[in-house]
Design a protein around this ligand. Structure first.
Ligand code: PAF
Length: 255
C-alpha cells in the first residue's frame, strides 16, 4: 500500500495508471466496519483501490464538532492495508483549499431539508470537497454509504449535472448487532449512550409514522432534530449526550 502525503505527488503518479479500472472511497478517517465494507466492495469491483482521508473543515458548521471529530490515522492505515488498499491519499488543508474557500458547489433549495436545513453549509462543503476529490482520484467508480443518504443522493445529482465520468456506487448501511448504524461518531458515545443509541434503529423500524417515531425517541431521552420521510425512506437525526446521530431505512411500504 502506498501512502501519498501530497496531492501533487499522487497526481504525478496517477498519470502512469492506464488501462486498469480504479475504484475510490473518500473518507474523513476514523474508519469503522462501514468503511471497511465500502473498501471490500471497491476491492472486488476494481483493479486498483484508492482511499482518501481528509477531515474537511468546510462541511462543519460547528467548529467544536470539527475539533472533536475522531482522528485515528494509524489504525485507519492498518485497516486499509489489511483490506488490500493500493493507495491512500492524505491531502493537506493547504492543498485542498490553497486560496481559501474560493469556489463552492452550492446545491439549490431542493436540498434545504434535513441535513441541508439543520447544518447550514454542510452539503455545500461536502459537494465542494467531493468534486475536488473526484477530480484528484479520476476513478471509474466511487463508493458512498447509504447511512448518509442525502449526501449520497446529492453527490449522484452533482456527478450527473457536471458530467463527472465517475460512477457513484451506493452501499447499504452496516449495523452493529444491536441495529445501531456504524458511524465514526459512535466513538464519541459513552458506554451507556452507545447501548441506548440502538433505540434509533428500533424506533425507525417499528413506528407507524414519522410523528410516532419522534414521540418515541423523545420519550426515550433523545433530543430529536428531525424525523422525516422522503424518497420512500424514513430519516432521523437525534442527539444523545450531545452527539448527533443520523440513520434512515425504507418506509414500511417500501420494505
Ligand atoms: O461521508 C464522509 O465521510 C464525508 O462527507 C466525505 C464524503 C468523505 C466528504 O468529506
Amino acid at each position: 500500500m502506498q501512502v501519498w502525503k501530497t496531492v501533487a505527488e499522487w497526481l504525478h503518479y496517477r498519470k502512469t495508471l492506464v488501462g486498469r479500472s480504479i475504484g475510490f472511497v473518500p473518507t474523513m478517517g476514523a474508519l469503522h466496519r462501514g468503511h471497511g465494507t465500502l473498501v471490500e466492495r471497491c476491492r472486488r469491483e476494481n483493479d486498483i483501490v484508492v482511499v482518501s482521508i481528509f477531515v474537511n473543515p468546510t462541511q462543519f458548521n460547528d467548529p467544536k464538532d470539527l475539533d472533536r471529530y475522531p482522528r485515528t490515522l494509524e489504525s485507519d492505515l492498518a485497516l486499509l492495508e489489511s483490506l488490500g488498499t493500493d493507495h491512500v491519499i492524505l491531502p493537506t488543508q493547504g492543498e485542498m483549499y490553497p486560496h481559501g474557500y474560493r469556489f463552492k458547489i452550492e446545491p439549490d433549495g431542493r436540498t434545504h431539508i434535513m441535513e441541508g436545513a439543520s447544518r447550514p453549509g454542510f452539503l455545500t462543503g461536502v459537494m465542494t470537497v467531493v468534486m475536488k476529490l473526484l477530480n484528484i482520484a479520476s476513478a471509474d467508480r466511487a463508493y458512498f454509504g447509504e447511512k448518509d443518504y442525502q449526501q449520497l443522493r446529492t453527490v449522484a445529482d452533482m456527478v450527473e449535472d457536471f458530467f463527472i465520468p465517475t460512477e457513484i456506487v451506493a452501499c447499504e448501511t452496516i449495523r452493529e448487532e444491536s441495529g445501531l448504524a456504524e458511524s465514526s461518531r459512535n466513538k464519541l458515545l459513552s458506554a451507556d449512550a452507545h447501548a441506548k443509541a440502538a433505540v434509533i434503529y428500533k424506533t425507525l423500524k417499528t413506528a407507524a409514522n414519522a410523528s410516532d417515531a419522534r414521540s418515541a425517541l423523545e420519550a426515550a431521552g433523545f433530543t430529536v432534530d428531525y424525523v422525516e420521510e422522503h424518497w420512500g425512506r424514513r430519516f432521523v437525526a437525534a442527539f444523545l449526550d450531545g452527539v448527533r446521530l443520523i440513520d434512515n431505512i425504507p418506509t414500511p411500504e417500501n420494505r
